[in-house]
Design a protein around this ligand. Sequence first.
Ligand code: TMP
Length: 217
Amino acid sequence: MFITFEGLDGVGKTTQVRMLQQALIGLQHNVLVTREPGGTRIGARIRSLLLDERNSDLTPTAELFLYLADRSQHLAEVILPALKSGKWVLCDRFVDATIAYQGYARGGDIGWISELNARATGSLSPDLTFLLDCPVEVALGRIRHRNNAASGRLSEKRFDMERIEFHRKVREGYLALAGSSNGKARYRVVDASRSAEAIHRVLLLEVLDRLRVYERN
Ligand code: TMP
């Protein structure tokens, strides 16, 4: 089963990925956790190019292609082999992030981005996508807190420096994707302003539900 986690920066995706991983391991499943950008050695280098706040001169098209390059490498090297060997794959961000960030927020052509996503992934679609959703102010508040605590460490702040309007468009983009006719079956929108434990319970129940259906088919 291939599960992706999406949402604004600061909604708690990484915590939820780890909590679900632990729960699934406890149920004797074989689980691989990964992320985009940066799920491979090459991807880690692409990630630092993309997120370094000194790279404010990166053009929108260069940015888009770097995310796609990261994804293509990640798919071939990590995701497909893991799925083929029967593992669960929990991935922190995937194709929808590019549509929300480079499409809805940066103003890129969504049809074109979807086509490029399909090229980069061979049209592989997640079985389930959790959209952790909360007001932009809540998510940004958490990021500020995190950045203060991490000051002096590796710089990954390029997106945190975007204006609030940018993050609002990302959120709207994600909600539009989740509400679209294609998105409805795949997405589960979860209120991310709740506690990590409360969110985890919702996610785990949903996964166990889907697993029952998955195993029946
Ligand atoms: P992360 O902090 O969740 O690992 O993500 C890094 C940043 O990259 C985050 O601000 C969202 C952004 N991003 C895109 O703009 N497009 C993409 O396709 C992906 C995967 C992430």
